[in-house]
Design a protein around this ligand. Sequence first.
Ligand code: DAH
Length: 428
Amino acid sequence: MTIILKSSRMLSTILFRCNYSTAPKSVSTMLINNKEFETDEYTNITPKIISYLNQNLHLRKDNPISLVRKSIVNYFYKSFTSRGNPSFSVYENLSPIVTTKQNFDDLLIPKDHISRSKSDCYYINKDVLLRAHMTAHQGDLLRAGLDNFLMIGDVYRRDEIDATHFPVFHQVDAVRTQRKKDLFGENSELEIFEPTFDPIHPQRYTNSIADPMKQSCHTLEATKLMETQLKQHLIGLVQTLFGDDIQHRWVEAYFPFTHPSWELEIFYEDNWLEVLGCGITRNEILANAGPNNSIAYAFGLGLERLAMALYKIPDIRLMWSSDSGFISQFQNKTNYDTITYKPVSVYPQCVNDISFWLPPNLTIDSFTSNDFYDLVRDIGGDIIEQVKLKDKFVHPKSKKHSLCYTIIYRHLERTLTQREVNEFVRLL
Ligand code: DAH
């Protein structure tokens, strides 16, 4: 990835000097992901923020965010399957650089809505920004003809940085549309739309959200059935993640792109924790993007919050850690493993390799590494953070077998000295 800030101000000064009357406007540009963007008075994206683009924590196999993502995708693969085929698609590589049309206009977010403000978003220029939510792709994917999909990726919001806030986080967003026959079955008398609404000419009708139960164009039956399905799927999801006994409650909410709307909260470790927003998609969005014979529900959830709760990770910044003490706790794990994060000490690691010859009755392949790991942990206790096989070696002449392991030590309360570590190795 290249980040180049170029300014043609100098050039314009030179031209300006040559010819007073035709001074060109000063144009600055910015190269992000090999694409050049003009900057303007809206530009507030910083090189630090640009450095988070393309990091794709949600796709890194040893990152907790990716483990939660897998659990969620698996759950939906299981619950939305028709005749053995998943009836939805997953988009995990959509570019985070979007237009204000995608992020706001397509989703009916009013022009003066606070979420558009420069103090909340990272703008590249007045028309282009880093997506503030994954819902930004909803309109395009509907326009492309998709009816059932998940969008997963990194989103960017200007925020303070502390244990629970970071300007980059990850979301899963989803849309599920249903036609009359999907919802009520073939030959049903029930309808999605009220008789006063003509789905072929939606522009002739002003869809109202004054009724808290439903949008004026939808029938109560269609809305209620969609609401029940939506809520069942989402309760199933939190039960899959947090166990069947998890307590939950629905809270009425407002989003410009859904009506009615709700937030789901779960009671987790003595607190009500908001985990997602959802609702019945505003019919204007569907009508503008294509499907005029369907009703849809949508939801969006944040992956960091779920991963922090599930694995007891105390600080959101740890998700970006490259400290092997953190990463190794999620390495080679599947989303079915129960993982409880063990705090990594703030004191530095001390790394040592140890190699040894095996007795003649053992070979590099018959030696059980797990026995060695246990031995090291037995002797070293808590100061052993990780043990990894580094190398196997057979001497070409003597045919003796040898193994080399890397041992990473770290004390929870103080900096270890090399001398202490050497003393430990002597005991092994
Ligand atoms: N985009 C919302 C946010 O970032 C979350 C959300 C709410 C997404 C409702 C949806 C939805 O798709 O229907 O806070």
